[in-house]
Structures are given as C-alpha cells and as structure tokens.
Design a protein around this ligand. Sequence first.
Ligand SMILES: Nc1ncnc2c1ncn2[C@@H]1O[C@H](COP(=O)(O)OP(=O)(O)OP(=O)(O)O)[C@@H](O)[C@H]1O
Ligand SMILES: [Mg+2]
Length: 598
Amino acid sequence: MKFRLFSTCFCFLDKISPKTVVYTLKEELLKKILKRYLPYIKEYKFEYFLVLIGITFTVSATTATAHIMKPLMDEMFIEKKEEMLYMIPFGLVGIYFFKSAGRYIQSVFMNYIGQHIVTRFREILLEKIINLDMTFLYLNRSGELISRVTNDIERIRYFVSNMLPELFRESLTVVALVGYVIYLNPLLAFYSLVVLPVVVYPILLIGKKLKKYSRRSQEKNADVVSRLTEVFNNSEIIKANATQRFELDRFSVQNWQFFKINMKSVYVGDIVSPMMEIVGALGLAAVIFVGGREVYDGRMSVGEFTAFITAVGLVFQPIRRISSIYSKIQDAVAASERVFELLDRENRIIDGVKVLEDDIKHVEFRHVKLKYDDSYALDDVSVEIKQGENIALVGDSGGGKSTFINMLLRFYDPTSGEVLVNGTNIKEFTQDSLKHHISLVTQRIYIFQDALAANVAYGQEVDEKRVIEALKLADAYDFVASLENGIYTKMEEFGSNLSGGQRQRVAIARAIYKHASLLLFDEATSALDNESEKRIQNALHEYTKDKITITIAHRLSTIESADKILVVQKGKIIASGKHGELLESCDVYQRLAGRFKS
Ligand SMILES: Nc1ncnc2c1ncn2[C@@H]1O[C@H](COP(=O)(O)OP(=O)(O)OP(=O)(O)O)[C@@H](O)[C@H]1O
Ligand SMILES: [Mg+2]
C-alpha cells in the first residue's frame, strides 16, 4: 500500500489500486481529525452562524447571477422591453451588493475564528510542552518545537478558518446551482454533469500523495528552523572559528531539501485545478452541443439556454475550488496529526497529590538506581542528609553528580529505589509544592530577557530590599550597583551583556532570593575567582545554617568546609566523610584533591 516516492508528478496515476481507495477514503474523511476539532469548533457557534449568514448571501447571489441571464436575453434583447433596461442593471448591482456584503461578513468572522483558535492553540501547546518530562525536552530540538508551535499551528488555522467555511460555501453553491440547472432542464443537466464523477478518483489519489508531502514539508520546516536556532544560539563559536561558510552550506542543504519537497506538492497539488478546467470545458461542450440543438428545435428559449450555460459555467468554479481545497486539506491533516501527537503525549513523571508544606529537613536516597538508555548513571545510591548539613559531591566528570541533583527535582524518576523528602517518597508530592522548597543553580546558567531584579526574583514579586540582600550575599551587588540602571538593568538574551562570572552570581542570587530550604549548587562558582568565591561562601555560611546545601564542585576551596563529602564515581558513592578523613582513606579523593589544588 505504501507508495514509493516519485520525482515526477504523473507517476501516481499508474499506482491506482482499489485497496488504496478504500484506505484513502477512510483516512481522508478526516473523521478522526474533525472529531478532535469539534470541541473547539463548538465554542465558536455564534461566529460560525454569522459566517453561515454571509455564505447564504453569497450563494443566493451567485445563483441569482445565472438567473438574471434569462430576462437579460429573452425580455431585454429579444422582446426589447424598455423597463428591463433599468431593472436588469439595477438588479445586477443589487446582487453584487449582496454577494460582497456576504463575502465580507464571512471573511471577517472566518478570520476571527482562525486567529482566535491559533492564539489559544499556541498557549495550549506551550503549556503542554513546558509540562512534558525533562527527557522529552532534552531530546527534542528547540527548533522542532518552535516549528510545531508556529508553522504547524498556522497550517491548522488555515484549515479551520478558511477551508472549512469555504468548503461549506462552495458545496452549498454547487447544490444550489445544480438544483437550478436541473430545474431549468433536467436532460441538459444530465449531459453537462455526467463528466464529474470521472474526476473524483484521481483527486482522492492526489490527496493521499499530498498528505505525505505535507508531512515531510512540516518535518523539513522543523529541520530548517532547528538549524537556524542553532546557528543563532551558537553565533559566538561560529564567528570564533570563522565557520560561517560551513554553517551556510549545512543550512543550504536543508533549505533546498525544503524547497524540493514543497515543489513536489506543488507539482501534484496544482494538477487538480487544470484537470477540473478541462472537465468543465467538456461539460460546457456537451451543453452547447445538446442545448444548441434544443434552441434550434425551439424547445428552449435563448434566454433559458444562456441562463443554463451560465449556471453550468458557475457550477464548475466551486467544484474546482472544492477539489483544490480537498487536496490542500491534506496539509492541515498532516499538521494536525503532528500537533495532536504532541497533545496526546503522556508524561512518565506523574504528579503526586500531597502538598509539601514544611521546609525540607531530611533528604534520603534509598538504593536509587537510574538508567539512561542502557547504562546506569546512578547505581544503588543510598545516602541521608539532614537539616543544616552542607554536603559536597565530588568525582570525575560524567560520574553522575548532576544526575543526583536532578533526581531531587524529579527530572527523572528512579529506575528502582526511592528518593525521600521528610520521610515521604517525593513521587507523592505535587511537583509545584516540592519545587517551591528547592533552589537550584545549574551548571549552565540561564538568564531571561527581563530586568536584572526580575531575574533574581524569577517567578515571584520583585521585592527591592530582598533582591539587594540576595545580590549582596551572592557578591553581586557591587557590580550591579555600578550598572547604569542598577537592579533594573535589562538583561539581553542569555544575559549576554554580563560577564560569565557576573551571570553566575546573578544565578546564585536567584537561588538565595527564593528562601528555599534545600539549596542545590551545581558548579555554581566555577566561573568566579577565588576571592569572590570565598566571599560568597562566608556570606552563605550563615544563610544556610538551617538549610540543606548540596554543592557540586571541582575546587578544593569550595568543598573543604563541607560537613560531608560524597565521592561519586561511575554512578556509585564510593566514599564519604570529611575532607581530612577522605584524604587519608580514599585514593580517588587523594587524586581528585591533588588535581583540585593545581
Ligand atoms: N539526559 C541524558 N540522557 C542520557 N544520558 C545522560 C543524560 N544526562 C547525563 N547522561 C549520562 O549520565 C552520566 C552522568 O552524567 P552527569 O551529568 O550526572 O555527570 P556529572 O557527574 O554531573 O559530570 P560533570 O562533572 O561533567 O558535570 C554521564 O555518563 C552522561 O553521559
Ligand atoms: Mg554535572
């Protein structure tokens, strides 16, 4: 059933099989997708009703355009009735007035529905994505996700606001005109419309082909956006290595693939319209041949014939539109599938129901194992940490230190074993309440495009006094005070208007501002000089007295004062104790300590 890809547009015709048609029909009735939209569509009843009124105006006016041909020919030209000279132009203007008013109402409300749905969908989608598991967010390129929230949704907008009403309008026009044609002359109607069913089949096939191309086009779009985001995010390293050409070439490959796939759907999709044109011509030819004879034989007036041929001419226009909409719908169907795929994703990390109200006073890892893909990042880790303790994690790179911290934030759930807070498995707590009590300074620093104060108070009300206090503890106040707008200085994207160390200190201030009872510092002072680090340490000493602090560090000065040091190697805690004890008892620690000093 699967089609091979063809580079030319005509080859699909020799691939016709009954099986395909059944499959196509089933798929392309769009039932599934329409069902998904129904709840949204229902909310716009009033707007759709107005669209319907607009459509009724337009359809009636279109049919009237054909009908006016009869008096135009018979009464005005043949019978030469004087009053018709006034009535027909007047009537025509009236008809077009109705048609235009109808179109305007229709267009305004169609767009209203479309814009409104897209705006909501963007929020729904962002809410969904941002709440998905960290695993998902790590694995999916930001460009890919951006493309879903922008491009795919735009294609859906086109579907709900343009295609759906248009489809309805054109179908109604067809019904009205066909009714009119049959009313005028059933025999002639039969001859003119008999050609129509012939085209249904190829159109179905084209639709299927197009859906495939649309999906590819959307995927390619995601690739292109991903490349772009990567280039813009990494501009510094690109410039430093003078790899602009290299990046351009890489981009160019994706970009032209995108072009090719889009052209493929143009080749196939745009065949529908000319095909319908030819069919229309065949219909008209039949009418002229058969109808002409009727007029010659006096069975039909010239006016009737003209009205008839106008109606038939008019009927092919909406049919052409319907078939081309039908093929374009494939695009929306493919986009919808991608969007709904995302909306249907289930999180593996399930939120608990208990609200953690008390401060975190006790943290315990009980035989915790965590498997990424096929290797263990944590392998049977058991440890207990109490209020007031200051724990340091040391170990070789890739040992599992950051993973240890991530477990407390439920970025991952243990493959086996338990993580407990205040004696309760953290899976039982709501994530919001759990995280309310935890402050994290990550290995990579995140700064938002907002005022510096808002970055420190991130997610909470800005309290000027508290911001300054936090900045002071983080040894950042001196440099912040020297900025032109002080704590209200606007941060650029990624905090690019700060130095690396300054950024790090803002991040520490953010962690302090939160007044959480569990502080997690993942190499939070790696970009700072020894002096600054010492100052922060001294300041924090008092601040963290009644809190739990877990610090990951590669520098001896950071960890020497810890209450307990855990040596993490290949996912296991191989030793723990104070600096002095470990220096004596642990080979690995000795080696690490030697390296820390240098
Ligand atoms: N999201 C992930 N998916 C798969 N593997 C991962 C993921 N994150 C980390 N790992 C792997 O887990 C192991 C532990 O990583 P982790 O980041 O915890 O190390 P670390 O001790 O913090 O190292 P460093 O000191 O370099 O920061 C590494 O081997 C790493 O490759
Ligand atoms: Mg790490």
